[in-house]
Design a protein around this ligand. Structure first.
Ligand code: UD2
Length: 297
């Protein structure tokens, strides 16, 4: 008997036939350049895992925890062990000036953690700005033959639900929780033409959060290298973009479109109420006292 409602593929998994209508009519699930925007119920994890699991991939994950920000590591890594790329090989690279204070978290099978000693800093802007350069070095000197994908994540955050292979792509950005529904002229892009991060008022697709950058190693290498060079130019011209490397990231994504966008499910904010179209919060910024935690105002 022919049963077209279910397709059995060689690895033995079965899944429902794809529908011809949009499974999420309430929200856009593609960009105008036809990159997917990943929302709950817009993908079939069984199919995706069936594509990526046999590839035996390693996902490098960089996290910066400088100064008092080391206190966020425990919850971040513990929650990542429960929800982030579970069943895949993950290698965390923790950049910190306080390696002794990196907590001992029990890691699952195929999961590793390397600490990388970095300098302290008396300016929080400096720490955030240096991330591009350090990720560039890490990829070039260490990762090219060791990992397939990379994610760079803010440390002051926590996983609450599944984040898996549906997030993988060549170049991956995430829509900012506070700005994603605003019009482009309201985006907090860098507006001074003197900065390399400048975006004119009538340009821009989305506002991307700086807390999550991902993709294949070579694509992310090009991104961090370009942003690092733009940051160097700004520094030489004594100008600092309004949201530091996040401004440069937004400029990069305007001219080098990401191939996959993660919805704000992948970068929420604990302070923000969840709208109806958000069915799940997967990763969210924890509430922090900026005045207490940052080395400078
Ligand atoms: C936003 C962005 C962040 C970055 C920043 C611009 C989101 C949700 N967050 O966050 O990614 O683009 O604006 O500068 O998109 N850090 C330390 N020690 C410090 C200060 C910072 O380790 O003393 C690291 C840490 O990994 C932290 C990250 O830098 O998560 C970003 O700094 P932040 O969280 O203070 O910046 P925030 O919340 O303004």
């Amino acid at each position: 008997k022919n049963d077209y409602t279910e397709l059995i593929i060689p690895a033995g998994i079965s899944y429902p036939q794809p529908s011809l209508s949009n499974s999420r009519p309430d929200i856009a699930t593609t960009t105008r350049w036809l990159a997917p925007i990943v929302w709950e119920d817009s993908f079939d994890l069984a199919v995706i895992d069936n594509i990526y699991k046999p590839k035996n991939i390693t996902v490098a994950t960089t996290v910066f925890a400088v100064g008092k920000y080391v206190r966020f590591l425990k919850e971040l890594i513990e929650s990542a062990e429960q929800h982030f790329m579970v069943g895949y090989r993950v290698h965390y690279y923790i950049f910190t000036d306080l390696p002794d204070q990196v907590p001992d978290v029990k890691l699952g099978e195929g999961r590793h953690l390397t600490k990388i000693k970095t300098a302290s800093s008396s300016r929080w802007q400096e720490i955030s700005l240096r991330r591009m350069e350090m990720v560039e070095k890490l990829i070039e000197e260490e990762l090219l033959n060791k990992a397939d994908y990379i994610f760079s994540l803010d440390v002051d955050s926590k996983f609450y639900a599944h984040w898996g292979a549906e997030s993988l792509g060549d170049l991956v950005g995430v829509l900012h929780a506070w700005l994603f529904s605003m019009s482009r002229h309201q985006f907090t892009y860098e507006r001074r033409p003197e900065s390399q991060a400048y975006i004119p008022i009538d340009a821009g697709d989305y506002y991307y959060g700086g807390a999550v950058i991902g993709g294949r190693l070579d694509k992310v290498l090009k991104l961090v290298k370009t942003c690092r060079m733009q940051l160097d130019r700004d520094r030489a011209n004594k100008i600092e973009a309004v949201w530091q490397e996040e401004s440069h990231l937004n400029k990069y994504f305007l001219y080098n479109k990401p191939t996959k966008l993660l919805s704000p499910e992948y970068l929420w904010d604990d302070r923000k109420e969840k709208p109806n179209f958000m069915k799940v919060v997967r990763f969210s910024q924890v509430v922090k006292n900026y005045a207490e935690i940052r080395p400078n105002p």
